[in-house]
Design a binder for this molecule. Structure first.
Ligand code: FE2
Ligand code: FE2
Length: 220
């Protein structure tokens, strides 16, 4: 794991130094992504911003910053493809969310990348692919690395602020990681509802599982 300097105030001041082989791999991932998303500069900038944010959140919350950075770089890999290509890939891979794929097309890119990228980067462990798989939909069994990527995706500095995003940003370093994730996750659901969009039934199940766990914990 990389060594972190946390002396300076503010998450953006956190710097991590990595072992030579980790540095080489991160450089390669960044290079590959830059080529893969050459036609989508905003998506590329977002991905690299998520990677830095995830790395810093990882340091703050005791998660492996190397895995967080790698997951951040690769999390939107499949977004290089159009929605129709993503739907085609999901069908080819047999991804079955239990509802029409078209209804949940915005959730598919994480699941697709998590199934296709391990062959390309066998050096990276399953934990990275799990984080990428659940970065859109979340799940009831989020690991701290999964939570770090999910939160980083929602609050990276290039993302325009909203009351929900502002709240999560204000909690960084002050609230436990699972509370940051919860606020981020619920904020995402509110966004879907307010926009009158389709809400994936799996998200409702995840919400209920997490809400029940949180209620139980506050009673203990
Ligand atoms: Fe994404
Ligand atoms: Fe993203």
């Amino acid at each position: 794991m990389g060594k972190a300097k946390k002396k300076a105030k503010g998450i953006e001041k956190i710097e991590v130094s990595y072992a030579p082989e980790q540095k080489i791999l991160l450089k390669r991932l960044t290079f590959d992504l830059s080529e893969h998303l050459a036609d989508k500069p905003r998506r590329l900038a977002h991905s690299l911003s998520v990677a830095k944010t995830a790395e810093r959140l990882a340091v703050l919350y005791g998660v492996d910053p190397f895995l967080a950075r790698a997951a951040g770089i690769l999390h939107d890999w499949e977004k290089a493809c159009s929605v129709s290509e993503q739907l085609e890939h999901a069908r080819e891979l047999g991804i079955d969310p239990g509802v029409e794929l078209e209804l949940v097309h915005s959730l598919l890119h994480g699941m697709i990348a998590a199934r296709t990228l391990p062959q390309r980067y066998p050096e990276l462990p399953p934990a990275v692919w799990h984080a990428i798989a659940v970065h859109t939909s979340a799940s009831a069994d989020m690991t701290p690395l999964d939570e770090v990527l999910f939160v980083a995706d929602g609050i990276e500095p290039l993302r325009p602020s909203s009351p929900g995003i502002k709240l999560v940003r204000s909690l960084v370093g002050k609230a436990p990681l699972e509370d940051l994730f919860w606020e981020s996750f619920v904020g995402g659901i509110v966004y879907v509802l307010e926009g009158g969009r389709y809400l994936f039934p799996g998200t409702i199940e995840t919400y209920n599982a997490l809400a029940a766990r949180r209620t139980k914990r506050t009673k203990e």
